[in-house]
Design a protein. Structure first.
Length: 178
């Protein structure tokens, strides 16, 4: 195969590829009011540690008939997902006071899967969702179950307003509440 053909093939391939390949996509950045209304908790906290955890759950398998009605087949698939478990010391509860003083935020490991990147020792304004107690959480090293009580485990991602720009975000929250 000649070098010209290889170059032409490679050039043609790159022209026809999509301009960007994003696994995670947020439609638009939420306003403070939208984020306040859509999340379960908003807090200010400092990252104490980051470790890995995973959770498992079964998804039901469905079929659809010609009318679009769903019927469960009885088959299910075990889904396991590795997450970053971010230990947070809460310094201020902005929305909902049922949050414990020390919580764990679960987020995907990579930003390609919408995971938010936290750094140990830094403070964040965190917009989060309560984690369902029905989801089985396990320590990734010991594989032992993690206690999942209300006010302890939450999730966040890059599509929320979670940020390390504390002063600006706290001012925006204060302004939207008046």
């Amino acid at each position: 195969m000649s070098l010209k053909i290889i170059i032409l093939f490679t050039f043609t391939l790159f022209i026809h590829l999509p301009q960007s390949l994003n696994a995670c996509s947020c439609s638009t950045r939420l306003t403070v009011k939208e984020a306040f209304e859509s999340t379960d908790v908003i807090l200010l906290g400092k990252v104490l540690s980051i470790s890995l955890a995973y959770h498992e759950y079964y998804t039901a398998d469905f079929t659809t008939d010609e009318h679009g009605n769903y019927t469960e087949t009885g088959d299910s698939v075990l889904v396991s997902e590795v997450l970053n478990a971010v230990e947070i010391q809460v310094s201020k509860k902005i929305k909902n006071s049922y949050v414990l003083e020390r919580i764990t935020i679960l987020t995907a490991v990579s930003d390609a899967a919408c995971g938010f990147t936290f750094r140990v020792g830094e403070e964040y304004v965190i917009y989060a969702y309560a984690k369902s107690p029905q989801v089985n959480l396990f320590d990734s090293t010991s594989r032992l179950p993690l206690a999942n009580w209300p006010g302890r485990f939450f999730t966040t991602d890059i599509c929320t307003r979670t940020t390390s720009y504390l002063e600006n975000e706290l001012k925006a929250i204060e302004a939207s509440n008046h």
